[in-house]
Design a protein around this ligand. Structure first.
Ligand SMILES: [Fe+2]
Length: 296
């Protein structure tokens, strides 16, 4: 009987260690943009982690310092199995939420590209370029932003163009001042579209400020490091993509031309550190960022 009791307790202890390890993995995966509502549960998720650790200590104490009977061993064992089931359910629910968020993002991008032929994969191009810049950031800056959040912010940076009339989006010539005024509202429209979606709440400011200029002369007058790092990265990717992709009113510029223009506006429009990082990325890696439909 004693062997059976200690077997139950040993399995319970091992299961609790696995539970804590799985739960920490769950908390890590909550950090990205696709995991909704983490702000509200921040306190409770930490309490749950402390409780799991407390249970493990209690298991160890009862096993080694007390003389547990069958009832206590069975209770501790079933407690560890219960925790394992709950953690598994949380994982499944979170993955379903993420899948739904991805579907929403893909749907929005499909609609944007369908409405504006000039974009022709622009969102996808900016997403790939942004990821490439992120890979080349110094460690402390990488640490500042979540990769998945950045990826979706880049993909949806122009989602507000859904609120810009098609006659302006598809105008063959230059926009007049009134039309330009409407076009300038697209970051705010993007915020209006994404704000009700809890999953994307973190990336809303990044999208709002993607047209800010380092010298403070952008849409909202934010200057230098006041502009979120993610927005500064997207701005460089966006500028390169805008120059090198073909539009109905202009031919695609070359890579060299884009690099020259980006260097010219470094420190005034674009963040000089990010420009420097971008300009040192091997050309081949930058060319690989073109989405399939516009690859040369
Ligand atoms: Fe934009």
């Amino acid at each position: 009987m004693l062997i059976f009791i200690y077997t139950l307790l040993t399995i319970g202890i091992l299961q609790m260690i696995v539970n804590i390890w799985k739960y920490v993995g769950f908390l890590r995966s909550l950090r990205d943009v696709l995991s909704a509502g983490r702000g509200r549960i921040r306190f409770w998720k930490n309490i749950a982690l402390v409780l799991l650790m407390f249970f493990l200590i209690a298991y160890l104490f009862i096993t080694f310092k007390m003389k547990p009977d069958l009832m206590i061993a069975a209770l501790l064992f079933s407690g560890s199995i219960f925790a394992a089931i709950m953690i598994t359910i949380m994982f499944v629910l979170m993955n379903r939420t993420k899948a739904r968020s991805i579907d929403i993002a893909e749907l929005l991008i499909g609609v944007i590209d369908a409405r504006d032929p000039n974009l022709n994969g622009h969102s996808r191009h900016v997403q790939h370029l942004t990821m490439l810049i992120y890979e080349h950031l110094p460690y402390h800056e990488k640490h500042e932003i979540n990769l998945i959040s950045l990826e979706y912010a880049a993909l949806m940076h122009d989602v507000g163009k859904l609120g810009v009339p098609e006659r302006i989006l598809n105008k063959p010539g230059r926009l007049d001042s009134d039309e330009w005024g409407i076009m300038k509202k697209h970051p705010q429209i993007g915020v209006n579209i994404l704000e009700p979606l809890n999953s994307f709440s973190d990336i809303v400011p990044w999208i709002l400020y993607h047209h800010e200029r380092i010298d403070g002369s952008g849409y909202y007058g934010l200057k230098g490091s006041k502009i979120p790092l993610a927005s500064r990265i997207i701005a460089v990717a966006d500028t390169y993509s805008a120059i090198t992709m073909k539009r109905s009113y202009s031919e695609a510029g070359s890579h060299e031309e884009a690099i020259r223009i980006i260097r010219d506006v470094s420190g005034t429009q674009l963040d000089s550190e990010i420009v420097d990082i971008f300009c040192h990325i091997p050309e081949k890696l930058i060319f690989d960022c073109y989405p399939e439909q516009v690859k040369f």
